[in-house]
Design a protein around this ligand. Structure first.
Ligand SMILES: C[S@@+](CC[C@H](N)C(=O)[O-])C[C@H]1O[C@@H](n2cnc3c(N)ncnc32)[C@H](O)[C@@H]1O
Length: 238
């Protein structure tokens, strides 16, 4: 994508009413004005809210919002040119149960309040092989998600990365979290139903490379702070 193309998308992004682009000062060590108010002030209903983290172009957010009109969906990513695609689609199709936020997920506790969110999808996140603190399923992030997820809230992880899948599974096991499902090849095992077969931009690239796509669903609720797992990470190179 050329620089000119990016600038055009950034400009158009400002016209999309469902795309929120908080300034650093609005989320850094400060509660955003919409924290706790996404349903009352944005969606104007009391439906469950589901997040997609690192949503890129927002394929899951858009597809799920169309399948489940009685739920609200919020896609979050830092890359404005990627978000443009989902936000434009939501705008042109008048999707009233969709919002996108351009921000670093690092600021997520400034955006959502206790019990405000019922599920989280993490789709094809960078596994961050070397840095636990940057991994979207690492304990630092999970402990933050716990502050706003319902007690029975679910995290769905779909990935091509064996490292990310096994790491998150070990973390869930070693912290005695409720594991709802763990599948290490959703297409090979015919598990990909109409929800798991929604394909993202990155997923299509990984499928072309012949990589197996995995799925993990678990509930991160626990009385104590989560601990990093002790596991054989050297076994996995991706
Ligand atoms: C590998 S891409 C996957 C995008 C999309 N889910 C897909 O499957 O096509 C990972 C995305 O996560 C976003 N991301 C990673 N870490 C982030 C963070 N801390 N805050 C916001 N976005 C982040 C990146 O900008 C990128 O768009």
């Amino acid at each position: 994508m050329s620089g000119k193309d990016k600038l055009r998308k950034f400009k158009e992004n400002k016209t999309f009413t469902s795309l929120y682009q908080p300034l650093f000062d609005e989320v850094f060590e400060k509660n955003h004005r919409l924290k706790g108010k996404w349903n009352t002030d944005v969606f104007k209903n009391n439906n469950p809210i589901i997040l997609e983290l690192g949503c890129g172009k927002g394929e899951y957010t858009i597809a799920l919002s169309q399948k489940f009109p009685d739920k609200n969906f919020v896609g979050i990513d830092i890359k404005g040119a990627r978000l443009w695609k989902g936000a434009k689609f939501a705008h042109e199709n008048n999707l009233t149960n969709v919002a996108f936020i351009r921000t670093r997920i690092d600021f997520i506790t400034s955006l959502f309040d206790e019990n405000e969110i019922s599920e989280i999808w993490i789709t094809f996140a960078d596994p961050q092989l070397k840095c636990d603190r940057k991994r979207l399923t690492g304990t630092m992030f999970l402990n933050r998600y716990k502050t706003f997820l319902n007690p029975n809230g679910i995290i769905h992880l779909k990935t091509d990365s064996r490292f990310l899948h096994e790491y998150t599974l070990e973390l869930a096991k070693q912290n005695s979290l409720k594991i709802i499902e763990a599948n290490n090849d959703i297409y090979g095992s015919n598990r990909a139903d109409d929800i798991l077969s929604i394909k993202t931009f990155y997923e299509l690239q990984f499928l072309k490379q012949g990589l197996a796509i995995t799925y993990l669903a678990f509930c991160p609720n626990s009385a104590t702070a989560l601990k990093e797992p002790v596991w054989e990470k050297e076994k996995y190179s991706r």
